[in-house]
Design a binder for this molecule. Sequence first.
Ligand code: 5GP
Length: 193
Amino acid sequence: MKEQTDKKGKVVIVSGPSGVGKSTICEKAVKQLNNAYLSVSVTTRPKAESEVDGEDYRFISEEEFKEQFNKGLLLEHAKVFGHHYGTPKDKVDEALQAGKTVILEIDVQGGKQVKMVYPDSTMIFILPPTQRELAERMSFRAREDAETAEGRLDEAGTEIAAAWQYYEHMVINDDLDQAVKEVVQIIEGSQGQ
Ligand code: 5GP
């Protein structure tokens, strides 16, 4: 993977365990930032009732995912909790050329890949205040069945351990507004560098 040296904007990677509130934080942060673009990933995961195709994700088939991957249309990709996820490259490139801050809400595997393409990416990891709080949030959102939710919780520890190694910023989502404020400050602070 070759870095694009002529880009004007910067990439921000936001990761964190399932249920930690990454999407809400990213949506709020993008509204508060000047000139930011929140990437919409493609996924083979089935759409939850609460989700909107084209807004939360572009929900695609395994075949379509394979095709996009083979054509080199994805900036990064990973298999997470049994489903494929990827970041469409064209939209990211377009936003970067336009000088925008591109926010990618992706997992740690994807974060590492993007950091290799864009070494000046800012990496932010969102942590829950406690493990118990994370479990409560997962059951409160009731997006997945109990077994899936349990599997995702089991993965949280592994993902947090990996994040300590790779992510330069850790933000605890104890109070939502405070967490959004911290994320916005980190992004604004990294833009001039
Ligand atoms: P969910 O199914 O809860 O929406 O997402 C599951 C995990 O996949 C989360 O950690 C989320 O950040 C990650 N994810 C979402 N989109 C992408 C993507 O495009 N690439 C990668 N690598 N991970 C993604």
